[in-house]
Ligand binder design. Structure first.
Ligand SMILES: [Zn+2]
Length: 238
């Protein structure tokens, strides 16, 4: 008769390949964000440039409103000036108008500086956008490759899952349960071969002669006394 561990051992080979693929699929989102993180420096610089431009625009707008209101003030003074009753009143308006016009002149000079700063700000924004776009293009291939890899692995995993279910159906139910429990616990192997010299293939401890002997017996399923993994001694190797 064939050893009941034979299909389990074959299942384990499939499971190990499947686990490796599932791990790779699981790690892909992290790899994706690692690649995208390369853009964070340029994104930050662009955000700062946009902020600075917005601030300049707002200040400029305030100045424009202020100038507008001072110009209205001048118009108002000039109308009042025309209605002046005395020379003193007239001269007082000339003085007032002069003060406001100086103020307007000073604000308009500030406006010119701010407009220059705004032009500079716009070109900095454009530079930052261009740099970010170059970097985005640079990682696009890498991301597309990763997406292709993910799609390929998912498809492969589905096929492998179907295949392992087919093999699992041919395994002894009790042994399969034990195997699954040990594999979930140990993560690497649940069934190990006995190494030359009678050592456990999992933890490499020397096994008692009785365990080595029983491991050949198809009616018995024995575990390593040290690590608890099922030890398997294929009949054809005995
Ligand atoms: Zn062991």
């Amino acid at each position: 008769m064939s050893h009941p561990l034979e299909p389990i051992y074959a299942l384990q080979k499939k499971d190990r390949r499947l686990i490796k693929i599932l791990r790779e699929i699981r790690d892909i989102p992290q790899r994706r964000s690692d690649i995208e993180a390369q853009l964070s420096g340029s994104k930050k610089k662009l955000a700062m440039a946009l902020d600075s431009k917005k601030h300049t625009e707002a200040t400029l707008k305030e100045l424009e409103l202020e100038v507008e209101s001072l110009k209205q003030q001048v118009v108002k003074y000039k109308n009042q000036q025309m209605e002046a009753q005395t020379n003193d009143q007239y001269r007082a308006f000339v003085k007032e108008i002069g003060v406001v016009e100086d103020e307007i002149k000073a604000l308009e000079e500030k406006e010119i500086h701010l407009m220059e700063a705004l032009e500079q700000g716009k070109s900095i924004v454009a530079e930052c956008e261009a740099k970010l776009n170059v970097e985005k293009a640079g990682i696009a291939d890498e991301l597309a490759e990763l997406d292709d890899r993910a799609a390929h692995l998912k498809k492969k995993a589905e096929t492998m899952k179907a295949d392992r279910s087919r093999v699992a159906a041919g395994c002894d139910k009790e042994i399969l349960k034990k195997y699954t429990r040990i594999l979930n616990n140990k993560k690497d192997f649940a069934v190990v071969l006995i190494e030359p010299g009678g050592h456990c293939g999992g933890c490499h401890m020397k096994l008692p002669p009785q365990v080595i002997h029983d491991a050949r017996n198809p009616t018995k399923v024995v575990a390593c006394n040290f690590c608890g993994r099922i030890v398997y001694n294929p009949l054809h190797k005995a």
